[in-house]
Write a protein that binds this ligand. Structure first.
Ligand code: AMP
Ligand code: MG
Length: 388
């Protein structure tokens, strides 16, 4: 059995960053910027007022100074003239500061009578945003980067209507098992609802993949072959279940019959031991264990970095440490990804670590990581975890 890290290296070797496509700015949120984008304009494009007030020459600003208002500069409509000595221009937020002016007195700091204003108190800041104060021509938004709402606003301001992003990974999900039916269907007496298929779809789509749930494959070779056929064109084919060594576990065999070059099978981890990975034509293939929690944990530990690599991003998983709030017995020979609850005080492993319990997974917000053969731990021990 190989270690989690070795398995992850094998899986990352199966994929590479996908191609680039241009999408409209309004569709770019959450996508991964694939090429550096350069500002072709500066913002603001002129010195602009930060407040509603009066534009004057800074040298004349003092308590009780008086000015004659000679015109107005509004956002979108500049004042076409020069502000001379003793003169002021009524100005509004976002409007160009007229020539000759170098200070905006906010309207609360003046007393206006007709065309005359008098400064009441010595004002503070100049209230002018310099040209290019936000960004300048040639300023770069660097790739790769998952685009946040703030990035989208910045790109819009840079006047980038089409954004170069990584193509979304096309992932086909195949659930296998005679016992499975889809949510909403009426299960027979010996059947259960396919659950982790939907959990994985949610997890993968959140990461930026485009996920197809294929019809459930029965535990027979022709059904699995048909499912793999439907998966054609995908960048990554993920099977769920049927990967152990039981009589009905046919995934590995059928995949290999269809040309899958298996790069490994079985990982020294708990949950998730029966994991397989390989190449199948143009696609990467990952076979996940069927137990719902195993599948979801493998989703966090393996599928997430694989999707990130396809998107041209570095592995974004961060392992942090905190203190243990309960004693834990020694760990066995496999790395243990314990469902756990992280609070401000530290971390507690959930009582029941059975890999079939989705309710426990839903209560957990972290996986407490225990290395193979980790000795028994006492309260207060420093432990590693990843957020889920
Ligand atoms: P298997 O790896 O096929 O032996 O499946 C292990 C366990 O996971 C069995 O109890 C299956 O019923 C269950 N299982 C497999 N696939 C799914 C699925 N998509 N949703 C929920 N449970 C599943
Ligand atoms: Mg099965």
């Amino acid at each position: 059995m190989i270690s989690v890290n070795t398995a992850l290296e094998h899986l990352l070797d199966l994929v590479s960053p996908l191609g680039v496509e241009e999408v409209p700015l309004a569709k770019a949120a959450g996508r991964v910027l694939a090429q550096d984008v350069t500002a072709r304009r500066e913002q603001p494009p002129f010195a602009a007022s930060a407040m509603d007030g009066y534009a004057v020459n800074k040298a004349e600003v003092e308590s009780h100074a008086m000015f004659k208002v000679i015109g107005e500069s509004a956002a979108g409509h500049r004042f076409d003239g020069r502000v001379g000595p003793g003169q002021a221009v009524r100005i509004f937020t976002g409007a160009p500061v007229p020539e000759g002016a170098s200070f905006v007195v906010i309207q609360e700091d003046v007393d206006r009578k007709g065309d005359l204003i008098t400064i009441l108190d010595q004002p503070g800041g100049h209230n002018i945003r310099p040209a290019g104060g936000d960004f300048k021509i040639g300023d770069v938004m660097s790739a790769p980067k998952r685009l946040t709402s703030a990035d989208i606003a910045l790109l819009a301001s840079m006047n980038i209507p089409q954004v170069p992003v990584r193509r979304k990974p096309d992932i086909a999900l195949i659930s296998t098992g005679d016992e499975l039916v889809m949510p909403g269907e009426v299960p027979g007496p010996d059947q259960i609802i396919a659950s982790n298929t939907f959990g994985l779809k949610a997890l993968l789509e959140n990461l930026g993949a485009s996920v197809r749930i294929l019809p459930i494959a029965r535990d027979e070779k022709p059904a699995l072959e048909a499912a793999f056929n439907l998966a054609k064109g995908a960048d990554l084919v993920v099977t769920i279940g049927g990967a152990s060594v039981g009589d009905h576990d046919l995934v590995g065999q059928v995949a290999q019959d269809l040309g899958m070059e298996q790069s490994f099978y079985k990982v020294a981890m708990r949950p998730g031991k029966p994991l397989m990975g390989g190449r199948m034509g143009d696609a990467a293939m990952i076979g996940l264990p069927g137990n719902p929690v195993s599948a979801m944990v493998c989703g966090h530990v393996f599928l997430k970095p694989v999707v990130e690599r396809m998107l041209g991003l570095p592995d974004g998983t961060t392992i942090q440490s905190t203190q243990l709030l309960q004693p834990l017995g020694a760990n066995g020979p496999r790395a243990h990804y314990m469902r756990a609850v992280l609070t401000a005080d530290g971390i507690t492993a959930c009582d029941n670590q059975d890999s079939a319990l989705l309710s426990v997974l839903a209560d957990a917000n972290a996986l407490l990581l225990r290395a193979p053969h980790d000795p028994a731990l006492t309260v207060g021990a420093d432990v590693s975890y990843m957020l889920i």
